[in-house]
Design a protein around this ligand. Structure first.
Ligand SMILES: Cc1cc2nc3c(=O)[nH]c(=O)nc-3n(C[C@H](O)[C@H](O)[C@H](O)COP(=O)(O)OP(=O)(O)OC[C@H]3O[C@@H](n4cnc5c(N)ncnc54)[C@H](O)[C@@H]3O)c2cc1C
Length: 389
């Protein structure tokens, strides 16, 4: 592993740092600020802020300028990930688009698709959803049954998706649809890009235990989509989906590490305030989690070095997903252990816990979405290590 940033990259860091410090209001960085807003207000503030950031040139860092990106290096992207977390920048409202769809479009989309999709996405003019999971198809995604029947230049789509993140805010949804009649398993699936503001598409929120509705269900009832609105070849959607999932699973370990490390320090602060830092069991757990986080940092650097050398990590993305999601969940389990019976309090010893409770609850989901830990272990065993099935 060798990772040093060039002078141009360090200059980029200085520019970004100064834009962030001038454009993030101090109150946004206070604990509990985002949790005090309702869903709609939080979404609106973040959507507008992210648009301004894109207009200032700090979006699509690695993508070519002709598609609205900055034309930067992988090193600049790593710096961007690090600095935005460090500055407490608001979470993106377009994660499915930015992290999963965009790199897939850049890899296999047509020139027209790159032009139509990337710029509007960076400016948040189009919020993207991911329509993979169905009530009868989760880990076993190839069991999906949403159908698209060809009618002239269009497909007519019927079926249901579930766990759709941002369903109620979505403008478009990249959707796995069975477009070949009678096909089964991985064959005959296409990835259609469907307009959610049309008759025949109904997005309904699902309420989570945190009170938020970050995801929902999407129903298709004779929704029409032009056959040209297909990413990858018609009937070859499984291959497109696998490529997209490698981006979902390989998401930046540098950003994850920077954020989790800060959260670790907050949890240590709570342990000190409760006098739990003297408990040898708590100390042992904190030490184990810190070790996991440092392994995550080294793994992230390794991945970045490989990417800088132009290597496609493919199925190794499952190892990244496994490592960051398990480390994150272990971290927040220690928080719950520290609080014990005080876990229902909104604050202890002057420390606002609302944002931390939200993270602890969110941590339960990360070993499920993007493919569960069990499934990532299977992929790592079979596809990376070559072990028998
Ligand atoms: C917060 C959140 C956001 C999400 N957002 C989206 C989204 O935007 N779009 C979208 O399409 N989906 C989304 N999902 C859905 C997610 O991709 C699925 O929940 C996930 O793929 C698991 O599918 P499932 O829930 O049907 O569980 P199942 O597949 O029924 O799995 C149940 C259990 O069985 C285990 N299991 C299943 N198969 C195997 C196997 N072969 N070997 C070993 N163990 C196995 C699993 O690990 C799990 O523990 C989201 C989920 C969450 C929690």
């Amino acid at each position: 592993m060798e990772l040093t940033y060039t002078e141009a990259e360090e200059e980029f860091r200085r520019e970004l740092r100064s834009w962030l410090s001038a454009n993030i209001p101090e109150e946004w960085t206070r604990p509990g600020f985002w949790e005090s807003l309702d869903d709609a207000e939080s979404f609106r503030l973040r959507r507008d802020w992210e648009r301004d950031k894109a207009l200032a040139g700090f979006a699509g860092i690695q993508w070519p300028t002709e598609y609205g990106g900055r034309g930067g290096t992988p090193g600049m992207k790593a710096i961007y990930d690090e600095e935005t977390v460090r500055a407490h920048a608001p979470r993106t409202v377009n994660p499915l688009g930015l992290t999963f769809l965009a790199p897939t479009v850049m890899a296999i989309g047509t020139d027209a698709q790159k032009k139509e999709i990337i710029g509007p996405m960076l400016r948040n003019e189009v919020i993207w959803c991911q329509g993979f999971s169905e009530p009868g198809a989760g880990s076993d995604l190839a069991a999906l049954s949403t159908k698209g029947v060809r009618d002239g230049d269009d497909f007519v789509v019927n079926g249901q998706k579930v766990w759709t993140t941002n369903a109620v805010h979505g403008d478009k949804i990249f959707t796995l649809v069975r477009t070949e009649p009678g096909s089964a398993k991985h064959r005959g699936i296409s990835m259609l890009l469907i307009d959610m503001h049309q008759p025949g598409v109904d997005a309904r929120p699902l309420k989570q235990m945190s009170g938020a509705s970050e995801f929902g269900e999407v129903f298709f009832d004779d929704a029409r989509v032009p056959a040209t609105e297909c990413l990858g070849e018609i009937g070859d959607g499984w291959r497109t989906a696998m490529l997209l999932l490698s981006f979902e699973r390989g998401a930046s370990g540098i950003a994850q590490y920077t954020e989790f490390r800060r959260q670790y320090d907050q949890i240590v602060q709570v342990a000190r305030a409760r006098g739990r830092d003297r408990d040898p069991v708590v100390r042992g757990k904190l030490a184990r989690v810190l070790t996991e986080l440092e392994c995550l940092r080294l793994h992230a650097m390794h991945v970045l070095t490989q990417v800088e050398r132009g290597r496609d990590l493919g199925f190794e993305a499952s190892m990244t997903k496994l490592q960051w999601s398990e480390a994150f969940q272990d971290l927040w389990e220690v928080f719950d252990d520290i609080l014990g019976e005080d876990a229902t309090l909104d604050s202890v010893d002057g420390i606002d816990l609302k944002a931390m409770h939200a993270q602890a609850m969110w941590s339960r989901s990360v070993t499920i979405w993007g493919g569960s830990s069990q499934v990532q272990r299977n992929i790592t065993a079979e596809r990376v290590l070559g072990l028998p099935r």
